[in-house]
Design a binder for this molecule. Sequence first.
Ligand SMILES: *Cc1c(COP(=O)(O)O)cnc(C)c1O
Length: 229
Amino acid sequence: MAIIGEQLARVQRRIALACEAGGRPVHSVTLLAVSKTFGADAVRSAFDAGARRFGENYVQEAVDKIEALAGLRESIEWHLIGPLQSNKAREAVELFDVIETVDRPKIAEALADAMAKSGRTPRLLVQVNTGAEPQKAGVAPEVADAFLANCRDRLGLKVEGLMCIPPADQQASPHFALLATIAGRNGLDVLSMGMSADFELGLQLGATHVRVGSAIFGQRARPGQVVRA
Ligand SMILES: *Cc1c(COP(=O)(O)O)cnc(C)c1O
């Protein structure tokens, strides 16, 4: 597990270099260690090496890890970065500090309801399907402004920023640029964009959050696929 610490340090160095090249302070970047498919022991290793923010794709998988690491709960920020089903909204609100995948009116409504009932207010990002891929979650770019206004004005949700996952077979830069444009015109500060293969590019185009999995934890069991816990 020492390798996780080394790989984390390598990613942190690459972030620092990208910041230097872009003339931005390194503390303007939040690194999310994406721990999906890896166990609590791997999260613990990354934590011991200094990681404090973790991304998970599935509510159930996250429950198990967060419980196994309950002693670290106050020191870790957990982000949901996978699609949320409305029947899990309640649990997600209880569990996560940040939900990055608000992606349709039904989820926004379910989250607003769960937040009102529980009194917990995880921070929220809206996922934008910048590549308009039918199989991918996220609001379409052309309705993002209306969706954000609806979250704010009708549901009273405070959205902090946007997240995207560019199509796997395309250059990421136009997608990152589009996300930055939508965030800019909506006055949003947080841009979650960039993964192991392209986080430097994300940083160049204004990412405030990068979500890095395999470059820290190693290859997942089935590379490129999301594994259901
Ligand atoms: C898995 C995943 C990541 C991390 O991907 P890597 O290529 O392993 O860095 C980032 N964001 C989301 C939404 C993911 O599902």
